[in-house]
Design a protein around this ligand. Structure first.
Ligand code: ADP
Ligand code: MG
Length: 703
């Protein structure tokens, strides 16, 4: 029996051995470990600590600092139950130099009786500011009863992300056993052993794994916790590589499918262009050429089109749709809000009806017979271009022959919504082309990691004649000055937005707040036409307000953040944003992008409510300093981290174990280069690297 097992470990790697191979791990624990993504012994090694404790040395009581976890040893001086705000057990201990208070809010009488004066005790815990000065709450402790001194730990103690039913001690023992196997037989492949990574000074894989699970005495906890140690960086590199490879693999999978070949002569495209009141910017021409080239291929296009707010992405989308139509394929355009759907609808109908291109549309609020009419247009193939919100991928929507999917303002949609549309568009024979447009520029670090499966086009130029927006930051203590300013602007024939925000996610409350504000402003500005638009108005009400505003019949539009994306009204040149401190940079940038679209110089007033937190202050000052969306996105990523920048819906898809794309961005070029090398010269190691890091690799490759 023992002999058999030995043979197994030598022949196959740790990834072939189930966790039940370890002592003390039966089916019950194995089942719990599966929830942590651990099923074999290789998984154990790649289950990484997220912080460390130093139990390798004793700290004198007088060196205790709040916020630090330390190991102390001393004799009990006094133990008593204290009845203050909360009943607690207070135990003062003393070492050679000073004393420290231990505090227990939950305790047993046995515990109290054991902590008699004179007893020697060793404790580990975090020091805090307590009622009597520095205190340790609920330390782990052992009583030193025998003469023989307790050993100190030989390594830093790792702390693992845990789950109910698997204690830290259990995890540590599982890891220790596995590391023992790893050291004695080394059955784990270092796929990067022959890869030229000299400039990073990484240790080899085995050294790195041993180090992160068992950092030696003297290793710096703070360095480890910021992930700066070369051993951690070695692992972070491999993790980034694994994600990159996985995205590329998903992309290959899509690329192996056939796409409708759009081989249009482009006659309607020329007609479309000749009817436009402007000519395309160089940047628009360049990205359209890229898109056209992709659509002529037999593989599905997967392209991310980035362009700052107002850079003119919609026209490019319309051109792509025209091209698809000329090859007799339908185009679906998905947008995040009803307002945007309606605005696009109006634009597209205006552009397309002279060219005999039929536009249909769907939204959540379209019901009954009207909806059925649109569905029939879509299914019969009469509709050439279909615009809609997420209602586009409800089950009863059947496209006749979808050739192109355009997703506008991608950051508003989760990746899964994107997928759903692609799946329903495809038939057994082909997958539609896909163009994803985003107005929140995505920092390069994210395009290189999270969007590595997409080709990227950038419109890096605004149409001519735009005047830059000046931004000021004022406290709402100056509300009346701000109102006066609105009055002046409106009297000069300019139009203004007044944007209301609320902390609560509740749409109802947000709309109520906007209603109140609209009323107040209407009272304060009797000579000015004030209107209100918010998410709970009916689509036709909203559309009519927007139309009036567009025609200049209204001067001041009070709105919730529903106007954040896409809305395009060039004469509006003043925007007040209330409580901008509640919004992220990307959202502020989007909002501000609604002005500065015409020839008049535009102003944005960020009216905050004091006091501002450090990070709000930082964000508002970024807004004041620049209007460059890419710069703003980089700052946003620094301030909020990738999860928030991408939106909560997508955070699950970029939760790294050890890598941090902001901290580790200096590696991304190398990650890309090495991924390419492996994919061409060492294909056999691609899958093993992915499997090691991405538990549910299949889910990822579908993204
Ligand atoms: P976004 O990239 O934010 O979606 P839009 O497509 O809404 O921007 O375009 C913003 C405005 O600029 C629209 O009014 C559009 O008609 C106009 N526009 C687009 N391209 C040009 C161009 N090349 N020259 C002048 N105006 C343009
Ligand atoms: Mg747009």
């Amino acid at each position: 029996m023992g002999l058999n097992l030995k043979v197994v470990t030598e022949v196959s790697g740790l990834d072939q051995l189930p966790v039940t191979h370890l002592k003390g791990v039966g089916p019950a624990i194995a089942a719990k470990l599966v929830k942590l993504g651990i099923s074999n012994l290789q998984d154990v090694l790649f289950y990484l600590p997220f912080r460390y404790q130093d139990r390798t040395r004793l700290t004198p009581c007088n060196m205790a600092r709040p916020g630090e976890e330390i190991l102390v040893e001393g004799s009990v001086v006094n133990t008593e139950i204290v009845m203050s705000r909360r009943r607690s057990l207070k135990c003062v201990i003393e070492d050679d130099v000073s004393s420290l208070t231990l505090r227990f809010f939950h305790f047993t009488s046995a515990q109290k009786n054991n902590l008699t004066p004179g007893t020697r005790i060793r404790c580990f815990g975090e020091v805090r500011h307590g009622a009597t000065g520095y205190e340790m709450y609920h330390p782990e402790y052992s009583l030193l009863t025998s003469k023989k001194p307790l050993d100190l730990e030989k390594t830093l103690t790792p702390v693992y992300p845990s789950t109910e039913g698997v204690s830290q001690n259990r995890l540590r023992s599982i890891v220790t056993q596995t590391l023992g196997l790893l050291e004695s037989t080394r059955p784990m492949k270092d796929w990067l052993a022959d890869v030229p990574l000299d400039r990073f000074n990484f240790p080899d894989l085995l050294t790195a794994i041993l180090y992160v699970h068992k950092p030696p005495v003297g290793a710096s906890v703070s360095m480890l916790e910021t992930g700066q140690h070369p051993a951690q960086q070695r692992l972070a590199f491999e993790e980034l590589l694994a994600h990159h490879l996985s995205l590329q693999q998903g992309r290959d999978k899509i690329r192996r499918q056939r796409a409708p070949r759009i081989k249009a002569p482009g006659k309607k495209v020329s007609q479309f262009l000749s009817r436009l009141p402007f000519s395309l910017t160089d940047a628009q021409q360049r990205v359209f050429a890229e898109i056209k080239h992709d659509m002529q291929q037999q593989q599905p296009m997967l392209r991310l089109l980035q362009g700052d707010v107002g850079s003119g992405k919609t026209v490019v989308a319309a051109l792509a749709a025209t091209l698809s139509h000329e090859s007799h394929f339908q185009t679906a355009i998905m947008v995040p809000t009803e307002i945007l759907a309606e605005q696009h609808l109006a634009n597209f109908v205006r552009w397309f009806s002279p060219l005999n291109i039929t536009v249909a549309w769907l939204s959540g609020k379209l019901k009954g017979k009207k909806r059925q009419e649109q569905l029939d247009l879509i299914t019969s193939g009469t509709a050439d271009v279909i615009i809609g919100t997420h209602a586009l991928f409800q089950n009863d929507v059947v496209f006749a022959n979808l050739g192109l999917i355009i997703i506008d303002e991608q950051h508003k949609f989760g990746v899964h919504q994107r997928l759903a549309l692609r799946e329903k568009g495809g038939s057994a024979n082909y997958l539609p082309h896909q163009l994803i447009m985003t107005a929140t520029p995505i920092p390069r670090t994210l395009t290189m990691s999270v969007y590595a499966d997409l080709d990227c086009s950038v419109i890096d130029q605004l149409p001519p004649g735009r005047s830059p927006v000046t931004t000021t930051v004022v406290s709402d203590g100056r509300r009346s000055d701000v109102i006066e300013r609105v009055q002046k602007a409106c009297q000069e024939g300019r139009q203004a937005y007044w944007v209301c925000t609320l902390i609560e996610e509740s749409e109802v409350l947000q709309c109520q707040a906007a209603e109140v504000t609209a009323k107040q402003l209407a009272d304060a500005l009797p000579n000015i036409d004030v209107a209100l638009v918010h998410g709970r108005m009916s689509p036709s009400e909203k559309a009519s307000v927007m139309e009036h505003f567009k025609q200049g019949k209204l001067s001041l539009l009070v709105a919730t953040t529903v106007i954040e994306v896409g809305v395009d009204i060039p004469n509006a040149s003043l925007m007040i944003i209330e409580n901008p401190e509640r919004l992220g940079l990307a959202q502020l940038h989007q909002l501000r992008g609604r002005i500065g679209r015409g020839v008049t110089h535009s102003h944005c007033v960020l009216m905050y409510h004091a006091p501002l937190s450090q990070s709000s202050r930082q964000r508002l000052s970024v807004m004041k300093q620049t209007t460059d969306g890419f710069k703003i996105a980089e700052e946003d990523l620094k301030i909020r981290g990738p999860g928030d920048v991408l939106g909560t819906r997508q955070t699950g898809e970029i939760s790294f174990r050890i890598a941090d794309i902001v901290r580790d961005q200096f590696m991304l070029d190398a990650v890309q280069r090495i991924a390419k090398q492996l994919r061409t010269n060492a294909k056999h190691c691609v899958q093993p690297i992915i499997d090691r890091w991405i538990v549910d690799a299949d889910r990822f490759s579908n993204v």
